[in-house]
Ligand binder design. Structure first.
Ligand code: CP
Ligand code: NVA
Length: 308
């Protein structure tokens, strides 16, 4: 495995191994094993969590990260994606990229010999999903019979959560308006993974149907980065797909409330729900750091140098 572009790149054993390594790193965060290795961080879109966790993570491991903002390199515009990749591999040891098009990340990976990590594309957000299920594990100990209900848009975050549910044998329900279902290829891959590993996949349009069987209620923004011109129509279509106190009353008293953040309070989630007792959103955000450090070490083959 050279890159982490999709959850599909990971085997079940690799996922469990990364979770264990993340647990170790969470207990003992400062491990100088990277010996001044460098990461290029390519951002075509804004970020708080991803930028800080990758940059701080590299630093805590004894490496260094170079932040390249959208206006710095203009991938595919100032020079081709392939040329940028061929240059970067001469200077740095690993690349992470947040791009509009998923193909930009696959092109980067195809044109360099160093690992490339998908830090969010239009199709997937694998590091988010890995941190999210690691967080569920901290709160629930195992995934046996677990049902995740994703309320909102069948988007990049939803796709990675679906695929990871398929790997882990978790039940997944997507509650979304008609026309905003998950990508058909990702849906087919999820179903095929569930046929091997257990779990079930369902799409519903009634949010209450998802809430009644949810062990976790997960939501994300109605308008993802790059979809800003659709804001008006999306606000209208998604208005009944909100995590609010009424919806929570229909779910189990033990249910977890999850969000990848940033949250648009008052749209997909209310203040009282995101700040309420069921919410684990800040644990999710914290665990981006620990899980991504484990991913970096695994890809750079430095994982076996870690001590607790
Ligand atoms: N969840 C997430 O990726 O956050 P940022 O967009 O702030 O990086
Ligand atoms: N779906 C959101 C996730 C942000 C972390 C987006 O793509 O903007």
């Amino acid at each position: 495995m050279k890159d982490l572009i999709s959850i599909n790149d990971l085997s079940v054993d690799q996922i469990n191994y990364i979770f264990k390594l993340a647990e170790t790193l969470k207990k003992n965060p400062y491990q100088s094993v990277l010996n001044r290795r460098s990461m290029a961080m390519i951002f075509e879109k804004p970020s708080l969590r991803t930028r800080v966790t990758f940059e701080v993570g590299m630093h805590q491991l004894g490496g260094h990260a170079v932040y390249l903002q959208p206006s710095d390199i203009k991938l595919g515009e100032r020079e081709t994606v392939a040329d940028a990749a061929r240059n970067l591999e001469r200077w740095v040891d690993i690349i992470m990229a947040r791009t509009f098009k998923h193909e930009t990340i696959t092109k980067l990976a195809e044109n360099c010999s160093i690992p490339v990590i998908n830090a969010l594309s239009d199709i997937e957000h694998p590091c988010q999903a890995m941190a999210d299920f690691f967080t569920v594990l901290e709160h629930r100990k195992n995934f046996s019979g677990f049902t995740m209900a994703f309320v909102g848009d069948g988007n990049n975050v939803c796709h990675s959560l679906m695929l990871l549910s398929g790997k882990l044998g978790v039940n997944f329900i997507l509650a979304c308006p008609k026309g905003y279902e998950a990508d058909t290829a990702v849906t087919a891959q999820t179903k095929s993974l569930m046929a091997q590993n257990g779990g079930s996949f369902r799409i519903v349009h009634d949010v209450n149907e998802a809430a009644v069987c949810a062990d976790a209620l997960y939501t994300d923004v109605w308008v993802s980065m790059g979809q800003e011109e659709e804001t008006k129509i999306r606000r209208e279509k998604f208005k009944s797909y909100q995590l609010n106190a009424d919806l929570l009353k229909k779910a189990s008293g033990e249910m977890l409330v999850m969000h990848c953040l940033p949250a648009h309070r008052g749209e997909e989630i209310t203040d009282e729900v995101i700040d309420g007792t069921h919410s684990i959103v800040l644990d999710q955000a914290e665990n981006r750091l620990h899980v991504q450090k484990a991913i970096i070490l695994y890809l750079l083959h430095k994982d076996n140098e870690i001590t607790v």
